[in-house]
Design a protein around this ligand. Structure first.
Ligand SMILES: [Cu+2]
Length: 151
């Protein structure tokens, strides 16, 4: 009994410290797509954008969790990084290629992202490439559904 308790304490310690370490996730610009289309991260992780020649990365207004900072990189900013502190869904674009579908998502935290409804509302205010933003959100939701994180 005592050894079992000790073992549990050790396991909890290992899992606990692993959660503290921030991870870096790499997103690649491939032709006019982002790979992966959905990046899963924990609060405090960083997203690094690579193969950025001819591309930029920018958050879409209203499509970030409450309190999250916007970003808008320069064209060709190789290795540009974003730290994702807030839980929820982040939808971002490459500005010159968003109308051809260069829109993707970052989901931070566990469970269902709390700002899914806000994304649908913000979609009405997207001036250009609305269909492509809608497509990215739809694909993100399909992926979340497949993972059992939304119904
Ligand atoms: Cu691009």
């Amino acid at each position: 009994m005592r050894s079992k308790l000790l073992w549990s304490a050790v396991l909890l310690g290992v899992v606990g410290s692993a959660n503290v370490l921030a991870e870096e996730h790499v997103v690649k610009a491939v032709i006019t797509n982002w790979e992966p289309l959905v990046t899963y991260a924990k609060p405090g992780d960083t997203i690094r954008f690579t193969q950025m020649a001819g591309h930029n990365t920018a958050s879409i207004d209203g499509m970030l969790p409450a309190g999250a900072a916007k970003w808008d990189s320069k064209m060709g900013a190789e290795g540009f990084t974003v730290t994702v502190d807030k839980e929820g869904a982040y939808i971002y674009k490459c500005t010159p290629h968003m109308t051809t579908g260069m829109v993707a998502a970052i989901v931070v935290g566990d469970g269902a992202p709390s700002n899914l409804e806000a994304l649908d509302t913000a979609l009405n205010d997207v001036p250009l490439g609305k269909n492509m933003v809608a497509r990215a959100i739809k694909k993100m939701k399909a992926d979340l559904l497949e993972k059992g994180r939304i119904k």
